[in-house]
Design a protein around this ligand. Structure first.
Ligand code: ACO
Length: 330
């Protein structure tokens, strides 16, 4: 069975809602600048909830919506770039909190494309029979790697988590994953390891893949990311459609990574599709990196935007620079 079926979804966002006016108290910005350039009006920011806490809450809600038993879950794949620990993984912390014994559990790192990567990995396990019921989730505390003194980035990001439970099906499935890694330097956040007694900062700097500001915060060339994403998003949707032998017009709903309203609008125009064919919630949550797609998926599901049998496209792009699209029947 090549297809997959999302049999349950869930989400969690922190209670703390921070408006654009609140951001204007921190940095020299205003609601008009932020909302007209990005579509963001507010974001939720963690107030002590680590990434794994949000992941567990989203997973609990997906499990509540699941008609089966938690013990059936034999694979947990979590996408995050903001894990609580280098190790153990967030997936293992979810398994521990929910008592999911015996399931294979690991994290994947593909930034804002991460949920699509995680889902595609799960699909391969389901297709081969290596797993029967997968918990696929994304959780991000981007506020931990955001410089709240940098107006060019801090207004963009939010925190949250989304989860889904996936089983094999004989429905349609196609995916496109990729990375355009010569652009790795346009969007990054370092892990600011202190040098060991055997390392010199100059040698460390020389050895890095590219020149960095080593402060642990997100650094971004917004114009480059904009150019990349407005090309990559429609191109990978188109390529995934070609794999299934359908036109983009056949898509019932596109759930894009919520980075910027203008990016989504441009992509939809390039695909020749109306804007309302894309699900959007960026106004309320900002850019929650890999959590944005499963968060939107759960909202779309609850709002009845996903019709049984219709084709759904999940599409992401992010640091790496990576991109990915997964196309399947709802
Ligand atoms: N408030 C007010 N002014 C600001 C702010 C702010 N928050 N941020 C930047 N500015 C200023 C700049 O300093 C600049 O001023 P200057 O002309 O005096 O130098 C001016 O606004 C224009 O800056 P630009 O960067 O050219 O603004 P632009 O219109 O390109 O919009 C944005 C910036 C929204 C980031 C845009 O480049 C974009 O959408 N990029 C895509 C990247 C993206 O969405 N990244 C999200 C994270 S990555 C991911 O999810 C994959």
């Amino acid at each position: 069975m090549k297809g997959l079926k999302i049999v349950a979804t869930g989400r969690y966002v922190p209670d703390t809602a921070v408006t654009n006016d609140d951001m204007a108290k921190l940095v020299d910005t205003n609601d008009e600048w932020i909302s007209s350039r990005t579509g963001i009006r507010q974001r939720r920011l963690a107030a002590g909830e680590p990434t794994s806490f949000m992941a567990v809450e989203a997973a609990k809600r997906a499990l509540e919506a699941f008609s089966g038993e938690a013990e059936e879950i034999d694979l947990i794949v979590c996408s995050t770039i903001t894990p609580d620990f280098h190790t153990p993984s967030v997936a293992c912390l979810v398994a521990r909190a929910l008592g999911l014994k015996g399931a294979a559990a690991f994290d994947v790192s593909a930034a804002c494309s991460g949920f699509v990567y995680a889902l595609d990995i799960a699909q391969k396990y389901l297709e081969t029979g290596a797993a029967k019921t997968a918990l696929v989730l994304s959780a991000e505390t981007l506020s931990h790697i955001t410089n709240f003194e940098d107006r060019s980035t801090c207004v963009l990001f939010g925190d949250g988590a989304g989860a889904c439970i996936v089983q094999p099906s004989d429905g349609r499935y196609a995916s496109i994953l990729g990375a355009d890694a010569e652009t790795a330097h346009v969007l990054y956040a370092t892990i600011p390891y202190p040098p060991t007694p055997f390392e010199k900062e100059e040698a460390l700097a020389k050895g890095r893949a590219f020149e960095v500001v080593n402060d642990g915060f997100i650094h971004m060339d917004g114009t480059e990311v904009y150019k990349f994403s407005t090309e990559a998003m429609p191109a990978c949707i188109q390529a995934a459609c070609e794999k299934l032998g359908v036109q983009p017009e056949a898509l019932g709903l596109i759930i894009p990574h919520q980075a910027n309203l203008r990016i989504v609008r441009t992509a939809m125009k390039r695909l020749g599709l109306p804007e309302d064919r894309a699900y959007l919630n960026i106004d309320r949550y900002g850019n929650t990196s890999s959590a944005s797609i499963p968060l939107a998926l759960d909202e779309a599901n609850q709002e009845g935007r996903l019709q049984p049998g219709s084709l759904v496209a999940l599409v992401g792009f992010g640091a790496g620079l990576t991109y990915g699209c997964a196309l399947f029947s709802w």
